[in-house]
Design a protein around this ligand. Structure first.
Ligand code: 1GP
Length: 240
C-alpha cells in the first residue's frame, strides 16, 4: 500500500515525472535512478499524449529504484499493472463527463481484477498562462489563476466526494506555475494531501510552492532540460 506513505504529510516529497513520450526506456531508467540518488521520494510515469503501453518503462524503472513508482495516466491506454499504484484521476476542474467518470467506469473492472492500488485524485487544472496539453486534450477549461475561491471549492468538493488526494496542475511546461494564492486557499480548506505541478523550473518557484502548502511537488520539464537540478531541488524539499 502506497497511500499511507503519501498521506504522511509530516515530510514534503519531490516527485519526478517521467513522460514515456519524451524518452526511451533506458533514458527513463537512468533518470529514475538519478532521481532516487538525488533524494526524490517518488516517481510518476505518464503524460497526456502517450499512445503506447507504459509497461516496459514501468518495469525498467521499478527494477532500478526502491522509491514508489506511481502511474499518472493521461488516458485509458496507459493503464498498467506494473506500477506500485495508479493515480485514479478525475478532472474535476472540467465538465467533460468522460474524464470525470466515464473512463473510470471502463477502467474499474481491470483495476479490481488485477488488484491494482488505485488512489482517487481530484485533478484540478489551473490556467498556467498558455494552453497546456491537458487543456487541449481534455477539451476542458482550466480554472482561472486569479480565482482561488473556485479552486478551493473544487478541491473541497473532491474531498467531500471521498477523493484521497488533490492535484493542482498548471500543465506540463506551463509558463506560470500554480500561484501561491491558489495553493494557499486550497491547502487551507483541505485535510487530504495536496500535490502541485506544472511549470516549476527554478529553486525560487519550488520554495514558493512548498511554503504555500504543497505536500508533494511534481517536476518534469525542468529535469528533462537539466537533470543535474534534481539534487538541489531535492535538498530544498527535504529541508522544508
Ligand atoms: C505535469 O505537473 C507535471 O503533469 C509536471 O509539469 O513538466 O512543467 O514540470 P512540468
Amino acid at each position: 500500500m502506497i497511500y499511507p506513505y503519501l498521506a504522511d504529510t509530516s515530510r514534503k516529497k519531490l516527485a519526478v515525472l517521467i513522460d514515456p513520450d519524451k524518452q526511451t526506456v533506458p533514458e527513463a531508467a537512468r533518470r529514475a535512478r538519478l532521481a532516487q540518488e538525488s533524494g526524490a521520494q517518488l516517481i510518476l510515469v505518464g503524460g497526456s499524449l502517450v499512445s503506447a503501453s507504459p509497461d516496459e518503462m514501468l518495469d525498467a524503472v521499478r527494477t532500478v529504484v526502491d522509491i514508489p513508482v506511481l502511474l499518472f495516466p493521461g488516458s485509458l491506454m496507459q493503464l498498467s499493472t506494473m506500477a506500485d499504484a495508479v493515480l485514479f484521476l478525475s478532472l474535476t476542474s472540467g465538465r467533460n463527463a468522460d474524464l470525470l467518470i466515464g473512463m473510470h467506469v471502463t477502467a474499474a473492472p481491470f483495476i479490481k481484477q488485477n488488484g491494482i492500488e488505485s488512489i482517487s485524485t481530484s485533478y484540478i487544472l489551473i490556467s498556467g498562462g498558455n494552453v497546456s496539453s491537458v487543456e487541449y486534450m481534455s477539451d476542458t477549461r482550466p480554472i482561472p489563476a486569479n480565482k482561488p475561491d473556485i479552486a478551493a471549492a473544487t478541491a473541497l468538493a473532491g474531498e467531500l466526494l471521498g477523493h484521497k488526494l488533490v492535484y493542482l496542475e498548471a500543465g506540463s511546461g506551463a509558463a506560470n506555475h500554480v500561484p501561491e494564492t491558489v495553493i494557499r486557499a486550497v491547502k487551507n480548506t483541505l485535510s487530504i494531501p495536496l500535490i502541485v505541478g506544472g511549470g516549476i523550473r527554478t529553486e525560487a518557484a519550488l520554495r514558493t510552492v512548498l511554503s504555500a502548502g504543497a505536500d508533494i511537488v511534481v517536476i518534469g520539464t525542468a529535469f528533462e532540460e537539466n537533470s543535474s537540478k534534481m539534487e538541489a531541488f531535492a535538498r530544498i524539499v527535504n529541508e522544508f
